[in-house]
Design a binder for this molecule. Structure first.
Ligand SMILES: Cc1cc2nc3c(=O)[nH]c(=O)nc-3n(C[C@H](O)[C@H](O)[C@H](O)COP(=O)(O)OP(=O)(O)OC[C@H]3O[C@@H](n4cnc5c(N)ncnc54)[C@H](O)[C@@H]3O)c2cc1C
Length: 274
């Protein structure tokens, strides 16, 4: 659906016109995981192109000047719909309302995707590590569903750390569905590994992902060799504190940050602004 300046959307419960110059898309499904997390899918404009791992600005037609926030696109670039994985911030200017969307409602999307968590920003390598906390898994939900990832890497290691086990459910389902998907299983084979840990529950209680990297438990659990800048590439997405800590660990092992115009051995993106 394209943007029409005078269009209004009654299903979204608003009488505000759709602003010009943005895509106005229709929600197709919503899945609530916990009282803090939900995912939704919406229609994709035919002309909208992006690279797996990029983010866009999204908003709601619930005010004359809608609030837009950055959202990683969780679906891969070949998908005919767009998927997002979202936090619910109590009183948050966008998510207070976004968490109430239903199929048929309208979501606004600015037209230009961008971001550094893209394969182009990494030098060629053998193993790809995708380190995430919370909704930071969203860009990697896109990257692990892109066949190009498995053409470029022999092994893909996705990690997600949340506070509670229930918050890991989106990632668990994502990995299971990707491995069993008719189209994707052909590319993925046994190349995709997933390490999920909760900091407030279970055997990893009290352990941040950086501890699990530092003490080697992450690699032991997965039965793989520790990080090696010669063969490994990494993407990091999470809170500012988590990014700094993992970056520190990677730099201490000889990894160098990359960018779209200068590929390196790791790339980072904040999952939200603190
Ligand atoms: C590059 C980029 C990509 C992003 N991708 C996503 C995404 O895929 N999914 C998503 O839910 N959010 C994502 N965010 C965060 C998003 O832009 C909003 O901040 C979030 O949707 C909350 O919006 P809000 O207006 O309700 O509250 P805000 O006023 O934006 O945030 C209020 C406070 O809530 C906390 N917060 C915000 N977002 C999160 C989060 N995701 N996890 C934990 N705490 C948070 C922060 O402390 C923030 O100060 C991304 C941010 C950036 C910079």
């Amino acid at each position: 659906m394209s943007s029409v300046a005078a269009e209004t959307d009654e299903k979204a419960g608003t009488a505000f016109p759709i602003p010009a110059g943005v895509f106005a898309e229709t929600v197709t499904s919503v899945n609530h995981y916990t009282d803090r997390l939900f995912a939704f899918r919406m229609t994709r404009p035919q002309s909208f192109r992006f690279r797996s791992g990029e983010f866009v600005m999204i908003g709601l037609p619930n005010a004359e000047k809608p609030v837009y926030r950055a959202y990683s696109i969780a679906s891969p670039s070949w998908d005919e719909e767009l998927e997002f994985f979202s936090i619910k911030v109590p009183g948050g200017p966008l998510t207070e309302y976004l968490q109430k969307i239903k199929p048929g409602d309208t979501v606004l999307m600015r037209k230009k995707p961008t971001g550094t968590l893209v394969l182009d920003a990494l030098k060629p390598g053998k193993r790809l590590f995708l380190f995430s906390t919370g909704t930071g898994i969203a860009p990697f939900a896109s990257v692990i569903r892109d066949p190009e990832t498995y053409e470029k890497f022999d092994q893909v290691v996705l990690t997600q750390t949340c506070r509670l086990q229930a918050e890991l459910e989106y990632g668990r389902q994502l990995v299971d569905n990707t491995k069993s998907d008719e189209l994707m299983s052909e590319f993925v084979g046994d190349k995709l590994l997933f390490h999920a840990s909760a900091t407030r529950e279970g055997e990893t209680r009290g352990h941040r992902v950086t501890t699990l990297i530092d003490n080697g438990k992450l690699f032991e659990d997965l039965g793989i060799a520790p990080l090696d800048p010669e063969t490994d590439r990494a993407m990091i997405c999470g809170s500012m504190a988590m990014l700094r800590e993992i970056e520190g660990l990677l730099q201490a092992r000889g990894f160098e940050e990359g960018a779209n115009n200068k590929p390196g051995t790791y790339v980072v993106e904040r999952a939200f602004v603190d």
